[in-house]
Design a protein around this ligand. Structure first.
Ligand SMILES: Cc1ncc(COP(=O)(O)O)c(C=O)c1O
Length: 399
């Protein structure tokens, strides 16, 4: 492969992308794929002021000290990414699939997303770059600054009121109706847009490769902590880490921990329902067999484990308030297989995590972005001195 050392993750790790494999299977070649990525990336840079580049991974000693894991806390900082969060990774990945599928341009298929924050902004940037029309379904309480930016980028806005006796998120319901009428899903959730996971994996591949290069000492476990809203981020990063292990970049055994807030915690509820079906006494093969059976049952009857959180509360971590964890099953499976925990953290812990993140690092991270740290304030224990911990600072503070 040429350009193996590229700093654009969609070039650097391209042979791992589903879109790349699809393009090759359709008779394209490596050079054509690279030119496609370069052309779209330049267009993104034209709209966003920057294209995609590998984001920094740093060891944060002062912050590690403050949260009880001195010398082994790694922070992957997405705040300088296109659109100020990791979300554009998902959507650029979707755009590559649309391009390779020969998907209709703006006049034939309007793109649609339900979101009020980082995902909507990323969608608007990426859609605009490829001159595709985008409709964004937002709640009544969406941040006016974000709405103004969406409008500036040419997106059509649909404000979705809650209808009496209608359970679930009205924006998501209106989005689903739009897809039913033929709009093209351009979301950051696996069930609505399966190709959204593909590009999100670049974050995990970067993390695996960067950790392998930076650590330089033998280790045991990598505790990866991910804040979860819809669950696509955790799903994608976990897959990326597994890919990095398969590529033999990383020799640590990863353990996935997730963070939701007390305000909305449907993933923790699903995880506890699954745990209740496992028998603590079982180990080894017997445990794996029972786990396979329980997960198989969950795949057949997802509604028994995941349903809309009845009374969503408020939190400063606004990006993880999805009332349904759409991509919950792969995340729950990763936690159960790796021995991680679905943390539910208090608002005080979200605030404290943000305070420590901004005091001890130079990152302009927001409360959602630093929420993963809250697991360390929430009694994430049983860490051995050889274990590494990684958190993702996923979003920039705005306004
Ligand atoms: C900054 C930030 N971090 C994390 C997340 C959570 O990602 P996901 O919804 O894929 O779980 C979001 C989602 O909006 C976000 O904006």
């Amino acid at each position: 492969l040429t350009e193996a050392g590229s700093t654009n993750p969609f070039v650097r790790y391209r042979w791992l992308l589903d879109s790349y494999r699809k393009a090759m299977a359709a008779g394209s070649n490596d050079a054509d794929f690279v030119s496609l990525v370069r052309r779209l990336d330049e267009a993104v840079a034209g709209v966003a002021g920057q294209g995609f580049a590998v984001t920094p991974l740093t060891i944060e000693r002062a912050l590690g000290m403050a949260v009880g894991v001195p010398g082994r806390l790694w922070v992957k900082d997405e705040t300088g990414n296109v659109g100020g969060s990791h979300k554009a990774r998902h959507l650029f990945g979707v755009l590559l699939h649309l391009a390779i599928d020969g998907s209709p341009s703006a006049s034939q298929g309007e793109l649609a997303i339900a979101s009020c924050g980082n995902a909507a902004l990323a969608a608007a940037l990426v859609a605009r770059a490829d001159q595709r029309a985008l409709r964004v379904f937002i709640p009544t309480w969406a941040d006016p600054l974000v709405v103004a930016e969406l409008q500036r980028l040419g997106a059509t806005i649909e404000v979705c009121e809650r209808r009496p006796d209608e359970p679930g998120d009205p924006s998501y319901l209106r989005f689903q109706e739009a897809i039913g009428t033929g709009m093209v899903p351009f979301s950051v959730q696996g069930p609505a847009t399966p190709t959204a996971i593909d590009g999100g994996r670049t974050l995990g591949w970067e993390l695996a490769e960067q950790l392998a290069v930076a650590r330089g000492r033998p280790g045991r476990l990598l505790h990866l902590i991910v804040q979860v809203g819809g669950g696509a981020l955790a799903t994608a990063v976990w897959q990326g880490i597994q890919g990095g292990i398969a590529e033999q970049w990383l020799d640590l055994t990863p353990v996935l921990h997730t963070v939701q807030t007390e305000a909305v915690a449907p993933l923790n509820r699903a995880w506890r329902l699954l745990l209740a079906q496992l028998e603590p006494a079982l180990t080894g093969e017997e445990h794996e067999e029972l786990l396979d059976e329980v997960l198989g049952g969950a795949a057949r009857h997802p509604d028994r484990y995941m349903w809309a959180w009845e009374h969503p509360g408020a939190s400063a971590a606004t990006g993880i308030l999805d009332d349904v964890t759409y991509d919950w099953l792969p995340v729950a499976e990763a936690m159960l297989r790796s021995g991680g925990t679905a943390h539910v953290v208090s608002e005080a812990a979200i605030e404290r995590a943000h305070e420590l993140a901004t005091r001890h690092t130079a990152s302009p991270v927001d409360h959602t972005g630093s929420a993963g740290l809250a697991a360390l304030l929430n009694g994430l224990t049983r860490l051995e001195p050889d274990d590494e911990v990684a958190v993702l600072f996923t979003g920039v503070a705005r306004g």
